[in-house]
Design a protein around this ligand. Structure first.
Ligand code: ADP
Length: 607
């Protein structure tokens, strides 16, 4: 699935096109910090750039004096040098203070901005985090934030130079001779229009290129992850062809962007330089008629070149600005993602009275998306109660809604209808923070981090001592295999725990839940290809973990739940039957058929 829906992406492009000022305002507002030091720094840099005009004006005054007009007396070199020294000193001071304030101000703004973005990720529903590709989220948090940072560290200052220097020089030129200034500026307006047009065009085509890039990157990751399967099935060639096709498409669209984009940029430069030609023609004409002293014309030419320099460089700033705008738009799309509604922390509401769980007429449908419009109900009008300290097993064929039920209880999503309560309190009113204090989850897809066993288990209770962690590992039957590892409990488990087998990863996650010791346990029973001995140990560890807790478990092997206090049988999102094992068998319904099916298969068959 793509990270941003089409409508969202259109909004992002519109935002990216809205210009650097809008972007600057949004980032400043979001950072929650004062932008005053940064703006003051910018003002000083503006002044510094404008002061660059000083030496030319001093030279003019000196030349004017030498030509018999007002200004410095020809022999007054001392005064000229003093003015120049003051100007340079002023420039240095403005540059130094401006840079310092810009740096400190932007550091403050960006750190505030980064905090807000990370805080947003923290508040996103777990379902959104699972939907977004991990790599894509990491890119937003690192690369995109870095690109936005460049607006403050480089782009704005460069733009200030691109605007302030030409403005100051243009004012001076108009004062020297308005006719020459007019001839120079004649081409400025179309050049700026061209530049703006090119910027908008680049943003639009950049968006297409980025979508292609994301698509190809996703395919590449899939290819690398699945290389073993593809090689075993002897079919990597088909994927390689597909990848090559995507690379070729990317190459062609990059060439198109470069080829077509180079046109307006070169035209912009040509427009600016043709202003110089106009100026030369106008100057020659005026000088020919004796209306312009040669030295004014010369000074004019030098000033005009200085005026055009930053404008010519502005095209390069455009590229950085474009990237920053796209990054900011992507971050904004992340910030626009709906959050999980949380209760007001100032009014936390009542604490749960015990740990009984109830589903009351709960209905939930997955949000429709471009890939699967109009997804049917995940759960329909489901009601049941789980008394405190009892074990409830959820069974049913694939796609029955078992995982959806557990995900709703863990608040990956909220139901559209009905409510789920823990100890009589609606889990929405409890808030995710308080809810997660009461529950532990052991899912099939165990998430381990590339750190030591100790650290991986300690996630269950961050301040637990080493002894407590090791005790939990012993109870979860981890101790034997951990002691065989090269560094025992300090062995790092590799990315995603790849140095451990499936059964070992399961046991580490059980140890984590044991350490956490939360009163409610959500279990998705492992069906992974674990050998019988490991399976027996996992089963023992789970029984130990479940002791005295309120347990809801998805069961795939029905012979493990014969003693459950309650079995809920689901099909197509609906609760069809409920009761104990023997009652359900007697009823000869869906459960009895599932049981029959598994009895004739291998005893540990999954659904
Ligand atoms: P089970 O765990 O019993 O196999 P699930 O709860 O995973 O079933 O799925 C119930 C229904 O919801 C299925 O029709 C499935 O295709 C659909 N479903 C599950 N997850 C998603 C999702 N993230 N987006 C859209 N539909 C989903």
């Amino acid at each position: 699935m793509d990270d941003i829906d089409i409508a969202g992406e259109d909004a992002a492009t519109a935002r990216a096109q809205a210009g650097p000022l809008g972007m600057l305002r949004r980032v400043v507002k979001l950072s929650g910090k004062s932008a005053r030091p940064f703006y003051l720094g910018l003002a000083l840099r503006f002044l510094e750039r404008a002061l660059a005009l000083g030496p030319f004006l001093a030279a003019y005054a000196w030349l004017h004096g030498a030509a018999g007009g007002s200004g410095f007396a020809p022999g007054d070199i001392g005064a000229l040098l003093l003015v120049l020294a003051l100007l340079l000193g002023g420039q240095f001071l403005c540059a130094y203070l401006g840079q310092l304030l810009c740096f400190l101000g932007s550091y403050d703004l960006i750190s505030g901005y980064r905090e807000r973005v990370i805080d947003k990720v923290r508040r996103l529903p777990l379902s959104t985090l699972r939907r977004r590709r991990a790599g894509q989220l990491a890119e937003v948090l690192s690369e995109d934030v870095k690109n936005v940072e460049s607006i403050f560290t480089h782009v704005t200052a460069d733009l200030i130079t691109a605007v302030s220097v030409p403005l100051a020089f243009l004012a001076a030129l108009a004062w020297l001779d308005w006719r020459l200034a007019a001839s120079l500026t004649l081409m400025l307006a179309p050049a700026l229009l061209l530049l703006n047009g090119a910027r908008r065009w680049f943003i639009r085509s950049g968006r297409r290129k980025q979508a292609q890039f994301r698509d190809t990157a996703g395919l590449l990751v899939e290819f690398v992850n699945g290389i073993t399967t593809l090689r075993l099935f002897n079919s990597p060639q088909r994927w390689l062809d597909k990848l090559n096709g995507r690379f070729e498409e990317m190459r062609q669209s990059s060439m198109r962007v470069e080829a077509l984009g180079a046109g307006p940029v070169q035209l912009y430069r040509l427009c600016l330089e043709s202003g110089l030609v106009l100026l030369l023609a106008c100057g020659a004409w005026l000088a020919h008629d004796g209306l312009l002293p040669a030295w004014i014309w010369l000074l004019f030419l030098i000033l005009a070149c200085k005026l055009l320099e930053p404008l010519l460089d502005a095209a390069a700033t455009l590229t950085v600005l474009r990237m920053a705008a796209q990054s900011e738009a992507r971050i904004q799309a992340l910030l626009d993602e709906p959050e999980m509604p949380e209760p007001d922390p100032a009014r936390p509401g009542p604490a749960p009275a015990g740990h009984a769980i109830a589903f009351e007429q709960v209905s939930f449908g997955y949000p429709a998306d471009a890939a699967a419009p109009g997804v049917p109900w995940g759960l329909r009008d489901v009601s049941f109660r789980v008394p405190q300290g009892s074990v409830t097993a959820i069974v049913g064929p694939s796609g029955a809604g078992k995982s959806t039920l557990i995900h709703l209880l863990a608040r990956f999503f909220d139901p559209q209808q009905g409510r789920i309560t823990l100890g009589g309190v609606d889990v929405r009113a409890l808030g995710t923070g308080r809810l997660y204090e009461h529950i532990s989850v052991v899912f099939q897809d165990v998430q381990l981090f590339d750190s030591s066993i100790l650290e991986n288990v300690r996630i269950g209770r961050p301040h637990a001592s080493d002894a407590a962690v090791i005790d939990a590992c012993r109870q979860a039957y981890c101790d034997d295999f951990v002691r065989r590892l090269p560094d025992g409990y300090h062995t790092t488990v590799g990315e995603g725990g790849q140095k451990l087998s499936g059964g070992e990863r399961q046991r580490v996650s059980i140890a984590r839940a044991l350490l956490r010791d939360a009163p409610v346990l959500l279990l998705d029973e492992a069906t992974a290809s674990v050998d019988p001995e490991a399976q027996h140990e996992i089963q023992q560890a789970l029984s130990r973990l479940a002791r005295g807790k309120t347990v809801i478990m998805i069961a795939h092997r029905l012979n493990t739940i014969r003693h459950a206090d309650q079995i809920l049988v689901f099909d197509m999102g609906q609760l069809r039957e409920s009761g104990r094992h023997d009652d359900l068998l007697e009823r000869r319904g869906l459960y009895a058929r599932l049981w029959q099916g598994q009895s004739t298969m291998a005893p540990d068959a999954a659904d």
